[in-house]
Design a protein. Structure first.
Lengths: 75, 562
């Protein structure tokens, strides 16, 4: 099992930080499912792991800090 | 929208022409670039009489479609030395469309004096405007409203444009009359100033716009896009509530937020200036502030805002991500009030906040003032308005300011300051900065929305190419890039044009327009002396690691040429 810290920074949901325990080798997809984020919503989300944007299929590791963000561009 | 208005500042004539048949599908950026390509020598002095300044609206401007009223301005840029297009929201494009004008071309230069162009239902005319000379933009707008009424569209330059300073932009007004929707990049305000034209007044009162040829189908598609806007979290919740400032949390999280002249990518003061902070400040102060605001008539996304001071009076509108990034984090400033006041000053003087933010950053690196010294930064920007030697230096842009001050780390490409995305952390956008004919322009192909590992180089060249094409596509229809967040397909856009004008057009036609536009922009630049040798970032990005993303920019010339 691995323990990760997740900060939810989606402006349309309450901001919160949670600690999750996931199966070894869990991907970001699995993390989002655990958080109750469905595929429809996942299309609008990007995920930074330890300060780097990572993709849905990327695996997580023990101690990872995950930040869930909306996909945006600025102006 | 079949008319082209040609204005000669030497002969003091203003005449309508029919838009050439070959320009039928062109609008916005595709039209400004095509006219510049066809009519301006790539070797022309950008501030001389042979350059032309072109304003254009999009094919869907002046209708009920949300976010379709961007004003494009194009010319040979005095900042980059190449072709340039810069666009902004506001109401000018809406008014142009209502008046049936697709493009307005300024030629030659006034022999003496300053002028004002007025366009109304009776036609265009030039009037002397020496009484408006050297007024700040806010006062200039107030005077124009007092003479021509509060509902006009007004395109203006500030004193920086009149002085032909390279950071000068061109502004137009929003539906509430605030005159600060800036076509900021590329020094196009200096081109307008070189012509001797201070403002364009667009009065569409008494004009009956042409209805769509197929109104039912047209309106049905408008309603479909409105539904998409409301169903997409970014356009329904994030942008209306937090504006573009919401981007700051994203860039800060991945080390892409320029901090202290690009020496870092994460700012310790980010929580004080991010989208949440902007929203909280506006809503807690109340008064005349507004956390959500439409910069164009009918925009449903409403990503703009009105930032108030502590007493609730408006200080600046909008306060956006780029300014917060470049005047804030890039200068080590974590105070929204300072950033807002600097923004207001820049708007009044008529200069680009990205360029000034970059220039302030190098001035701080040179030790003129300290990073994070809000008061000193404000006083330095005030020198632009007083036209001191230091003010002239800042208003000349980061490339010149950096060289004069002896700074080695100058964040500019093709002479234009880099925007608020560190290319080491966001490599696709870095490729755009390097290869876009527009210079270091994030709006010319930002890859921030892509589902990709931004800090790795894989596929970033192709991603940038696709993003650049996407940007040209949207710019060439006069559409706001924010609309791109919710569009489920682009066929609907071609369908809207077909329904409005009764044309037989498809998406492929407009894709080809975008491809042709990018190609001719590159060709113009080649003949202007801008080769692939200039398609690169400042050297320090290649060897100086951004400590917050752990990377250098490692995509080299031969890779970008593919």
């Amino acid at each position: 099992m691995i323990n990760v810290t997740v900060e939810m920074n989606l402006p349309w949901l309450p901001r919160k930080t949670v600690r999750l325990t996931l199966a070894q080798g869990s991907t970001i997809t699995a993390l989002l499912e655990t958080l109750g984020i469905d595929r429809q919503m996942a299309r609008h989300i990007t995920t930074a792991v330890n300060g780097r944007i990572r993709l849905a299929e990327d695996p997580l590791s023990e101690g990872d800090r995950v930040l869930v963000l909306p996909i945006l561009c600025g102006g | 929208m079949k008319k082209l208005l040609r204005v000669n500042l030497k002969k003091l004539t203003a005449k309508y022409e029919d838009l050439p048949e070959g320009y039928r599908l062109l609008s916005g950026r595709s039209l400004t670039s095509r006219i510049v390509f066809d009519e301006v020598s790539p070797l022309a002095d950008p501030l001389g009489p042979q350059n032309k300044l072109v304003y254009a609206c999009g094919l869907l401007a002046g209708t009920g479609l949300s976010s379709a009223g961007r004003l494009s301005v194009g010319a040979k840029s005095p900042l980059t030395g190449g072709i340039k297009e810069s666009n902004a929201g506001g109401i000018a494009a809406f008014k142009m469309a209502r008046l049936g004008i697709r493009a307005l071309v300024l030629e030659e230069q006034a022999d003496s004096g300053q002028y004002l162009l007025i366009v109304d239902k009776n036609g265009p005319r030039l009037e002397p405007a020496n009484n408006l000379a050297m007024l700040g933009v806010y006062e200039k707008a107030t005077r124009l409203y007092s003479i021509y009424g509060p509902r006009i569209g007004a395109i203006m330059i500030g004193p920086a444009g009149e002085r032909r300073q390279l950071a000068a932009g061109i502004t137009n007004n929003d539906p509430g009359g605030t005159p600060t929707r800036y076509c900021g990049r590329g020094g196009l305000g200096a081109v307008m100033g070189s012509k001797g034209l201070l403002a364009v007044v667009l009065d569409d009162s008494g004009v009956r716009p042409e209805p769509a040829v197929r109104p039912d189908q047209f309106n049905s598609k408008i309603r479909e896009i409105a539904k998409w806007i409301k169903e997409t979290p970014q356009t329904a919740e994030v942008f209306p509530k937090y504006g573009t400032a919401a981007m700051l949390s994203n860039t800060n999280a991945i080390g892409a937020l320029p901090t202290r002249n690009f020496s870092r990518g994460t700012f310790e003061g980010a929580e004080k200036i991010n989208g949440y902070a902007v929203h909280q400040t506006i809503t807690s102060r109340g008064g005349e502030g507004a956390a959500t605001h439409a910069c164009m008539p009918g925009c449903l996304i409403r990503c703009s805002n009105i930032f108030p001071g502590k007493e609730g009076k408006p200080v600046v509108s909008p306060l956006e991500y780029e300014t917060i990034g470049m005047v804030g984090a890039n200068c080590g400033i974590d105070d929204l009030d300072t950033i807002a006041h600097i923004n207001r000053l820049c708007n009044d003087y008529g200069v680009d906040t990205i360029e000034v933010g970059c220039a302030l950053g190098v001035a701080m690196e040179a030790g003129l003032i300290s990073f994070g010294d809000s008061g000193a930064a404000l006083r330095m920007v005030e020198e632009i308005g007083r036209d001191t030697i230091l003010g002239k230096l800042l208003a000349s842009g980061v490339a010149i300011a950096g060289r004069v001050l002896g700074v080695l780390r100058i964040p500019a490409v093709k002479g234009q300051g880099i925007a608020a995305y560190d290319p080491r952390a966001m490599k696709g956008t870095g490729v755009t900065y390097a290869t876009s004919p527009m210079g270091a322009d994030h709006t010319a192909g930002n890859t921030a929305r892509a589902n990709t590992r931004h800090d790795l180089k894989d596929h970033k060249v192709s991603l940038s190419k696709d993003s650049q094409l996407g940007a040209v596509f949207m710019d060439s229809l006069g559409l706001c890039l924010m609309l791109g967040a919710c569009l489920k397909n682009r066929e609907i856009l071609a369908g809207l044009v077909a329904d409005r004008f009764g044309w037989n057009v498809t998406l492929d036609d407009f894709t080809r327009v975008a491809e042709d536009t990018l190609a001719l922009e590159k060709e113009f630049n080649l003949h202007a002396g801008i080769t692939s040798a200039q398609d690169r970032l400042p050297e320090f990005f290649y060897h100086e690691i951004n400590p917050d993303c752990g990377a250098v920019f490692d995509i080299f010339d031969e890779e970008m040429g593919k």
